[in-house]
Design a protein around this ligand. Sequence first.
Ligand code: HEM
Ligand code: HEM
Ligand SMILES: [Fe+2]
Length: 462
Amino acid sequence: MKYTSQMVAKPYFIFALILLAGEILFGLIMGVQYINGDFLFPYIPFNVARMVHTNLLIILILFAFMGATYYLVPEESERELWSPKLAIVTFWVFLFASVATILGYLLVPYSTLAEITYNNILPTMGREFLEQPTITKLGIVVVVLAFILNVTMTVLKGRRTVITVVLLTGLFGMAFFFLFAFYLPENLVLDKFFWWFVIHLWVEGVWELIMGAILSFVLIKVTGVDREHIDKWLYLIIAMTLVSGIVGTGHHFFYIGTPDYWLWIGSVASAVEPLPFFLMVIYAFTMAKKRRIDHENKIALTWAKGTAVMAFLGAGVWGFLHTLAPVNYYTHGTQLTAAHGHLSFFGAYIMIMFTIISYAMPIMRGRNKGNGPNAQKVERLSFWLMVWGMLGLTIALTVAGVWQIALQRWPESGEALSFMATQIEIIPVYMVRLGFGIMTFTGLVLYIYSFFVKDDYSSIKA
Ligand code: HEM
Ligand code: HEM
Ligand SMILES: [Fe+2]
């Protein structure tokens, strides 16, 4: 490690992994509830489990992004972090706010939670992914502002690189679009319209910048390829992302009460969105091929390449599947949407977290050349378990989605099955989904176990 302040990243990474374990556990609970609706009722109803599942996902990604930023910015800027103390204080504030919020979901009825957190003064609660009480949202704003201040001061006073510029642009964008979480119109169409300003413009806009920056950082480190080379790719990918992703928001404005022109605008613009994801695959593999060093941390490069491939599959391929208006007419809000949601979130934002952790964590533990061969072997197995687990889960949900559409959406109204009758037909597929979910969870347990695998490090100087 070049700068001691990079160490502040460590608690962020560890906590993100703990949250991921919780997230997947609640996924498994719902996986069982899809087969037996009474499972854990009334203690953990489906709607609560769902909220915990998706909120843990968002929170853990934020922790991972912050950890990654704190790790790479000092090294890129060639100076210590502006205030390591602030980074640690915000870690604990954010941790406390997150735990309190999740406990609130689990222990108090949602309406009571809204009451005791004064949602009536500034109503923001009740929308998917953004269920957090208003005070939690305000807490997130404070934490993110302190974080961005810390990082910006570091970057401004140090060396400026394309990676830090792209990263900071992504982080500022993330903070900006979060502001729409505080705008809750009463009109349902307007409500949905602006909800996507947060969700879509995060995952298909500014987060892609953050992901591109982290990926580039790790690629430089483990391949030793020239920075100029990396920079050109990064610029190209980012430009394509913004050009397609911003207007691509239109693929959510098809049949929700918005004007007709969105059918064309949304379809055409979002059809281009897979391109930057495809470029990322070529980018990662080209850099790996042109590598000038053989870094001992081989698994970090595997994660980097895996991220590019899985993000392309989940976002690019599974996204394109339902992004054209005439297709979306039938697929909207079915299990096909969930299939895409799972593989895209996992492939892009969970895997980029594993990439940076697998590169940075060994170094923060004094293993500058990466973990030893035994630990890497276990980690490689965990990589494949998680990748195949999530791919299998996604394919199962895709089958479920097509089946659902065939029974519920496609037939003329008189012959179509109801939503619940359809779900009962599909139960066999949900059993398969659960199996792959357990496989994913096993992979994560193995990943965490790999931290404790013994290797001989006596020859390595910290
Ligand atoms: C890291 C792994 C995972 C990620 C990134 C993830 C992500 C997500 C996302 C984004 C949603 C919202 C989907 C939408 O609204 O379309 C969701 C919902 C859900 N997830 Fe996961 N998930 C993961 C693991 C799992 C596992 C292992 C299971 C179960 C075996 C699971 C079961 C569910 C269920 C049942 C829902 C609710 C779907 C519904 O509303 O009907 N998830 N997850
Ligand atoms: C990493 C990037 C991406 C992530 C994390 C992501 C995640 C998601 C999630 C969670 C949903 C469900 C939201 C809900 O609850 O309603 C969704 C919906 C959707 N996504 Fe993505 N997505 C990504 C990229 C893409 C791309 C590149 C495309 C198009 C090529 C795309 C097309 C769509 C469409 C059309 C819907 C609406 C589905 C419906 O009508 O039910 N997504 N996405
Ligand atoms: Fe979108």
